[in-house]
Design a protein around this ligand. Structure first.
Ligand code: ADP
Ligand code: F6P
Length: 514
């Protein structure tokens, strides 16, 4: 089928577009920034180069016409109300999400959800095939679209296909529970290069291919299609737009707002902050429990200490999320009722989304940032916090079960399951001398500055271009335009590392053990 509209050399496919369509009661349409780390990261990558973004507009029904937004061509994919229920809330967020996050809540399996997941993945693949230029790079995102790589390969054997998983990839013992495990692996193996947050995730994937498909694997490679093709799976951890966010955090109005926030919660000696999508993976309950005990044991207390908990609304029609919200709100009410003072609540709880400026101000206002997930692919909030602390103030308490912890070792590490340990870590973060905390913050900031999202994208695309696949029969003999055409090639200083990540340096890639 010839393309009906413009085509692009770089095409992103993600469940959500970077903006959600919101229809007000009077029928007025408004576009709002979509929630989550994927959009934060991919939006800053896509703003720096021409490309198309294929995704859902967040609303059931017909898809809006494609449109340009800040230089990105947005190509909406429609989801019916049934598909929102079965593909998005059901299979993506009630089957895959729990399995991929250590089964913190039980996963639900329904064959009709799987059918819907297949149908929606097919629709995404068709949309990608329409907007991808000859020989384009197609970059599929996350667990919602695991069948898309193989489907796109069938429709468009000329394109180069990558997939990046923003969330963990589970150990084979958990993944094996999925009745459709083989189809999911085969869907992913349609890609040329598969990127993961941690080495452990990439290893889990390769092991699943070996054990569940009987595929032949060597180090980070899986051989497919009767030995005609190889797919590489490696860790390339995602990051934030350090420079852009730091600039924002240095703006005088943002810094003034940070002071205003502190004043509005009573200028406490210690302002603690939690910022999360309201998701059971984020360990909000564990954080509140530790905080409540610290207060009731009188280690801490308002008005000297207060906690601001920002919980972004998320997946509100899925039972586990509804139950979590009720539980968190009840707990906050109890803590404030029992341990707050008039004019000095122990917890300030906000269930909203905020503009980026407000988030940057909140981060600057916080003396202690509590990042306590039970499992998290990366956790960009942790990286955003240190990026905003150009004053070297603040302390980051960080769960060992986040991808971020694998890079931010100097943070105050915690195991959120160990409430006693978490309490001690919070107290250490409060009581460590300012000078030592500044030294720690400096090291954390250096790490994020050196490994920002632009570098991540450059490394990813270099790895995709250099992936071991032989050109398919259809494209053999044709020049491969990718390597020369990318505007996001790594800077010279990064070239060696990118080559290493791409597996072209003759040694195993960094972050991938053989
Ligand atoms: P996830 O992708 O699971 O939501 P991350 O921590 O990786 O988790 O990313 C969350 C992103 O959403 C960050 O960029 C963070 O700043 C943003 N965010 C979280 N809460 C809010 C909020 N209340 N308002 C605006 N942005 C938010
Ligand atoms: O990677 C985690 C993720 O699922 C992303 O796909 C998305 O950025 C975020 O969480 C928000 O989730 P949802 O799109 O379901 O609101």
């Amino acid at each position: 089928m010839p393309p009906a509209g413009p085509t692009y050399d770089l095409v992103i496919a993600a469940n959500r577009l970077p903006v959600d369509k919101v229809v007000a009661d009077d029928g007025e349409v408004e576009w709002r920034r979509s929630p989550g780390g994927l959009v934060t990261a991919m939006e800053s990558v896509m703003r720096t180069q021409p490309g198309a973004w294929v995704g859902w507009a967040g609303d059931a029904g017909e898809a809006p016409e494609p449109f340009d937004e800040h230089g990105i061509y947005l190509h909406p994919v429609s989801l019916s109300a049934d598909e929102v229920r079965d593909y998005y809330e059901g299979f993506a967020n009630d089957t895959l999400w729990p399995i991929y996050h250590d089964v913190i809540v039980p996963a639900t399996f329904h064959r009709e959800w799987w059918a819907s997941y297949q149908a929606v993945n097919e629709r995404f693949a068709e949309a990608v095939a329409q907007v991808a230029a000859e020989g384009a790079r197609v970059w599929v995102q996350d667990y919602q679209l695991q069948l898309v790589p193989a489907l796109v390969r069938k429709l468009r054997p000329d394109v180069r296909i990558g997939w990046f998983n923003h969330i963990p990839f589970p150990p084979v013992e958990l993944f094996a529970q999925l009745p459709w495990r083989a189809q999911l692996l085969e869907g992913l193996l349609g890609a040329d290069f598969l990127g993961f947050q941690r080495q452990a995730d990439a290893r889990n994937f390769v092991r699943a291919c070996r054990q569940l498909l009987g595929a032949s694997t060597k180090r980070d490679r899986v051989t497919v299609e009767g030995a005609h093709r190889q797919v590489r799976a490696a860790a390339i951890p995602i990051s934030v737009d350090f420079q852009g966010l730091e600039e924002l955090a240095k703006r005088p109005d943002v810094m003034a707002r940070a002071r205003e926030i502190r004043a509005s919660v009573g200028d406490p000696e210690v302002l603690m902050l939690g910022v999360d999508r309201l998701d059971y993976t984020k360990g909000i309950r564990h954080r509140l429990k530790a905080y409540e005990e610290l207060l009731s044991e009188r280690h801490l207390g308002p008005p000297e200490v207060t906690l601001v908990q920002v919980a972004t609304p998320s997946r509100e029609r899925v039972d586990a999320y509804r139950n979590l919200r009720a539980e968190i709100e009840q707990t906050v009410g109890r803590i404030n009722g029992e341990l707050g003072k008039i004019g000095a609540p122990a917890v300030h709880y906000m269930h909203h989304s905020y503009p980026r400026e407000e988030m940057a101000a909140l981060f600057q206002a916080a003396d202690v940032m509590l990042v306590t997930p039970l499992r998290d692919g990366m956790n960009l909030v942790a990286k955003e916090y240190v990026t905003c602390r150009h004053d070297l103030g603040g302390a980051l308490v960080l769960s060992e079960f986040t991808g971020a912890w694998h890079e931010l070792h100097q943070a105050f590490a915690c195991n959120p399951h160990d409430i006693e340990g978490l309490k001690q870590t919070i107290l250490r973060a409060v009581n460590t001398p300012a000078k030592d905390k500044q030294r720690i913050m400096k090291a954390l900031r250096r790490r994020v500055a050196d490994h920002d999202v632009q570098r991540w994208a450059a490394r990813y695309l270099a790895a995709l271009d250099a992936a071991p696949d032989q050109p398919s029969p259809e494209t053999r003999g044709r020049p491969t335009p990718h390597a020369q055409e990318t505007p996001l090639m790594p800077a010279p200083a990064e070239a060696a590392e990118a080559a290493e990540a791409a597996g072209t340096a003759g040694t195993p890639a960094r972050g991938v053990r053989s």
